[in-house]
Design a protein around this ligand. Structure first.
Ligand code: GLA
Length: 407
């Protein structure tokens, strides 16, 4: 999807400001919503590596690798097929797969046989972002089909619904367009619930109309908060900072989605991969890996399967982290965890080391008094953080510490 991204940025910026100013109450998860995604969904999605080239074979190979690499044991469950699996509708309106996916039911059975779950992708518009068949006017039929196949997760991507439906049916009326957007997402929610199958429902409309404010009541278990991520430091860092202030909207069964992981993709350095993974855990973000699993390097596997970091993401309290303060090129984020524990992430967004100008951590700004003992989640070592502690972090690297009993 390229068309809607710039629009979504504009909407998001305005929406973020509005959201920050109002500080409304957190949405309440309904009983139905809270049955799935009690912690942020974990798994793998085909788009960030394969994009439009993904095939049945790639999905099977990825499922195999999730088991073989220990990712399954670390908590990765969903194997999600993104755009480009769709074929044509027959005379009865039933959607068929294209030749890359000869038998979706058999594929779902295969993924399930590995003890994993399977996800699929569609759009409320007539066409998906890659120009394949969407669910417009076929919502019930498609939801039933997914349930018959054994689908456990749906990513529903606005795509052509914006240009072909909202803008055509309500030209120059933004408010009406946004009502139509909400209605389209709620319509598919109803269709999914009517199947009786628990299906995680993932909204992908790039954060338009402050998705975090209305997505939970339209049935969303997670909702994208921004345009698309890419495997570049700049893009990842922009998305990270757009999440500041959204923490109050997340909780068990309903999560902000800053987009899928790019860990192991593109030219991200090891430090950048570590930081990306750490911060998505601080954000209680869905952890959907998007790399080439059969060719994953050991150091990337080590990042994706770091159980201590995953435990931050999956913490049962479900309280998303927030940016405590920033100073120059350094940001400090905190996340409150169950049992009174706390995670602290310090990141160096600068392009150079802090060897000559160490950063001094101000514990008082985090509500802490005196020396804190914790675990550095990337070295595994016990660390003591003292007030005004000079920290030297490599460029684009992170210090992630879990403090069991913060004082
Ligand atoms: C949009 C979404 C992406 C991906 C593509 C598929 O851009 O934001 O995550 O699903 O569509 O076409």
């Amino acid at each position: 999807m390229r068309i809607s991204v710039s629009l979504s940025f504009a909407v998001l910026t305005v929406a973020s400001l509005a959201a920050a100013a109002q500080a409304p109450a957190a949405p309440k998860a309904t009983a139905a919503l809270s049955k799935v995604a009690l912690t942020p969904p974990m798994g793998w999605n085909s788009w960030n590596y394969f994009a439009g080239k993904v095939t049945d074979k790639d999905i099977r190979a990825s499922a195999d690798q999730i088991v073989a690499t220990g990712m399954k044991d670390a908590g990765y469950v969903y194997v999600n097929i993104d755009d480009t699996w769709e074929g044509e509708r027959d005379a009865n309106g039933v959607l068929h797969t294209n030749s890359k996916f000869p038998d979706m039911k058999a594929l779902a059975d295969y993924v399930h046989s590995k003890g994993l779950k399977i996800g699929i992708y569609s759009s409320p518009g007539p066409k998906t972002c890659a120009g394949f068949e969407g669910s417009y006017n076929h919502e019930t039929q498609d939801a039933q089909l997914y349930a018959q196949w054994g689908i456990d997760y749906l990513k529903y991507d606005a795509c052509s619904y914006i240009q072909e439906v909202m803008e055509k049916q309500a030209p120059n009326d933004k408010a009406e367009q946004m009502r139509m957007m909400r209605a389209a997402y709620a319509k598919m929610d109803k269709a999914l619930k009517a199947t009786g199958r628990p299906i995680v429902y993932s909204f992908c409309q790039y954060g338009m109309d402050a998705s975090w404010e209305w997505a939970p009541s339209a049935g969303g278990n997670l909702w994208r908060t921004t345009g698309d991520i890419s495997p570049r430091w700049d893009r990842m860092f922009v998305i990270l900072n757009e999440q500041a202030g959204l923490d109050k909207y997340a909780g068990p069964g309903h999560w902000n989605d800053p987009d899928m992981l790019e860990v192991g993709n593109g030219k991200l350095t090891l430090a950048e991969n570590r930081l990306h993974f750490s911060m998505w855990a601080m954000l209680a973000a869905p952890l959907l890996a998007g790399n080439d699993l059969p060719n994953m390097k050991p150091e990337i596997k080590a990042i994706l399967t770091n159980r201590d970091v995953i435990a931050i993401d999956q913490d049962a309290l479900g309280k998303q982290g927030s940016r405590a303060y920033s100073e120059g090129e350094v940001e400090v984020w905190t996340r409150h965890l169950s049992g009174g524990a706390m995670a602290i992430a310090v990141i160096n967004a600068g392009d150079t080391r802090y060897s000559t100008h160490p950063f001094h951590l101000d514990l008082r700004k985090l509500g802490l008094k005196g020396t804190q003992t914790g675990k550095d989640l990337w070295t595994g070592k016990t660390v003591k953080l003292t007030d005004n502690e000079p920290l030297e972090l490599a460029s684009h690297d992170v210090l992630l510490v879990r403090i069991g009993a913060p004082k």
